[in-house]
Ligand binder design. Structure first.
Ligand SMILES: NC(=O)c1ccc[n+]([C@@H]2O[C@H](COP(=O)([O-])OP(=O)(O)OC[C@H]3O[C@@H](n4cnc5c(N)ncnc54)[C@H](OP(=O)(O)O)[C@@H]3O)[C@@H](O)[C@H]2O)c1
Length: 251
């Protein structure tokens, strides 16, 4: 994998790196010799990631991505210290389960700030001259919720669909600068948050999981696809939402 993907020495920024899919991605990129800038909002989780990766090559940033006005300075400081960015992956995704009568505009705003506005602010600043290297690859984690209806996930699904639609536009806009953007579209994946939701469902069968005929995904299934999208091996792919869903979307 190391030589095939050739990510050695590249600076990859990951928002939401301290748990689940983002953490698995950080572990694999570390093994490939990439330099990482890793963002999480929980200091303890970030510290334990630091201990686990166990080397000094990376930058750990304790930051809440919903602080939109602080993102320009964060990117500028990172680039001044570490050089231009060659890959950006956004793994932050705030969940929301609310029926229509509980869906306040404040709540929708909160979901969109976390899942959509912050992503736009990050890429707006990363894509400034001198902040990135030509060949920059940007990857967002979307969700099957962006493509299939389900009750009570209106705000979450809307925020994921908004990113996917914007990626299609930005892929064309930014191609002349040598920048590619894609999203990956996971179905149910075995991360700590999935386990929490499973525990809360008190043994009720999960209709989504029943349609995933390849079973429950592991974080590594998703991070493998992201690694490919970060590498030059995927140089001919931009603007797409690529399913990694155990068969859900064709079932
Ligand atoms: N797991 C699934 O079944 C599934 C299915 C479809 C799509 N997805 C999508 O995949 C992505 C990753 O999911 P996951 O299951 O790996 O999630 P997760 O385990 O909840 O991890 C999310 C990561 O984001 C960080 N984070 C959350 N809010 C943040 C904030 N405001 N600022 C900075 N960091 C923040 C978390 O760390 P801190 O709490 O320390 O900040 C954590 O590192 C999400 O976008 C999710 O919507 C997941």
């Amino acid at each position: 994998m190391k030589s095939f993907l050739n990510l050695e020495g590249k600076l990859i920024l990951i928002t939401g790196a301290s748990a689940g899919i983002g953490k698995q991605l950080a572990i694999q990129l570390n093994q490939c010799g990439a330099r990482l800038a890793l963002i999480g909002s929980n200091q303890g989780r970030l510290e334990s990631l630091k201990n686990e990766l166990g080397n000094a090559r990376h930058t750990y940033i304790h930051f809440d991505v919903t602080q939109l006005d602080k993102i320009p300075n964060l990117i500028q400081t990172l680039v001044e210290g570490e050089g231009p960015i060659t890959g950006y992956v956004n793994c932050v995704g705030m969940r929301s389960r609310r029926p229509l009568n509980l869906l306040t505009s404040e709540h929708v705003q909160e979901i969109f700030t976390s899942n959509y506005f912050s992503f736009l602010e990050f890429i707006k600043n990363i894509c400034k001259k001198k902040n990135y290297q030509s060949g920059l690859s940007i990857v967002q984690i979307s969700s099957i919720a962006s493509e299939r209806g389900a009750p009570s996930v209106t705000a979450y699904a809307g925020s994921k669909a908004a990113v996917d639609a914007s990626i299609r536009c930005l892929a064309k806009e930014l191609a002349p600068k040598g920048i590619r953007l894609n999203s990956v579209v996971p179905a149910q994946t075995n991360t700590p948050i999935f386990q929490e939701l499973l525990a809360a469902s008190e043994g009720k069968p999960d209709p989504t999981l029943q349609r995933q005929f390849l079973g429950l995904g592991e974080p590594e299934d998703v991070s493998n696809l992201i690694m490919f999208l970060l590498s030059e091996r995927s140089r001919f792919i931009s603007g797409h939402a690529l399913p990694i869903d155990g068969g859900f979307l064709i079932n």
